[in-house]
Design a protein around this ligand. Structure first.
Ligand SMILES: [Zn+2]
Ligand SMILES: [Zn+2]
Length: 86
């Protein structure tokens, strides 16, 4: 599991689309490990992989666009959509 593999998988995923398949699970697992399961916003434990540029705005699934965050910070990032996971 490494950044190259994660981004090669991201190439095959359509930007701007929620994605729940095995490729996304692999990319998300890579990002959680990269970030040590720590929220990059508040340093608490976190496991949600958030898109910096939101998927709904065409954000990509490439690893530079992804951050591990905790549930509380993630809700703050998506004030209009509290049920969005990533
Ligand atoms: Zn947080
Ligand atoms: Zn998010």
């Amino acid at each position: 599991m490494n950044a190259l593999t994660a981004n090669l998988l991201a190439i095959t995923m359509r930007p701007g689309r929620r994605y729940d398949g095995w490729r996304w699970r692999y990319v998300a697992r890579y990002v959680r490990r990269r970030d040590d399961m720590t929220c990059r916003n508040c340093d608490e434990h976190g496991h949600i992989v958030h898109h910096v540029r939101h998927v709904s705005e065409g954000g990509s699934h490439f690893t530079p666009n992804l951050r591990t965050v905790c549930r509380r910070c993630h809700a703050a990032f998506h004030p209009n959509n509290p049920w969005l996971r990533a």
